[in-house]
Design a protein around this ligand. Structure first.
Ligand SMILES: [Zn+2]
Ligand SMILES: [Zn+2]
Length: 151
């Protein structure tokens, strides 16, 4: 997968090692696959489909097992986007982002981590409430595609 910034793959591979995990071929493939996707958000079935496109022998259960282990190692994180759908993304302290979730088609768009800074300033000012902006937050709405086709 030469299109993927390999240094980022290596950073994540290092993180697996530092956390005491073994770096297996399938773990590396899953990491590369998530990074290779446009917005780095995949459901398990999407990931399985992508893995199978590369290697038809790839087992569904392997993908689930790898995702489980990578979640334990805090390399990937499950984001509950709406009832029934779970997407996986890579956790990356240097790249905190929030999610814009389309309530109609379930598409997840990544938006910058500073998006809620202004909101956080206001909740602090008005309510003394410290908003947690250091972890991913999901905002619900309707994506551009669905908005365009609606009505
Ligand atoms: Zn994400
Ligand atoms: Zn949509």
């Amino acid at each position: 997968m030469p299109t993927v910034g390999s240094s980022r793959v290596d950073d994540i591979i290092d993180k697996i090692r530092v956390s005491g995990g073994r770096v297996t071929q399938s773990r590396r493939m899953v990491v590369e696959m998530i990074l290779g996707q446009g917005d780095h958000h995949l459901t398990a079935p999407e990931l399985i489909e992508a893995m199978r496109a590369v290697d038809p022998e790839f087992h569904e259960s392997t993908v689930y097992r790898v995702l489980e282990r990578l979640t334990d190692l805090h390399v990937v994180e499950q984001v509950q986007v709406h009832s029934g759908a779970t997407v996986f993304h890579l956790t990356d302290a240097t790249h905190i982002h929030h999610h814009l979730l389309c309530a109609e088609c379930g598409a997840v768009t990544e938006t910058k981590g500073t998006l809620l800074d202004e909101v956080a300033a206001q909740t602090l000012d008005q309510h003394g409430f410290v908003l947690n902006v250091n972890s991913s937050t999901t905002l619900l709405g309707r994506c551009a595609t669905c908005s365009a086709t609606a009505g």
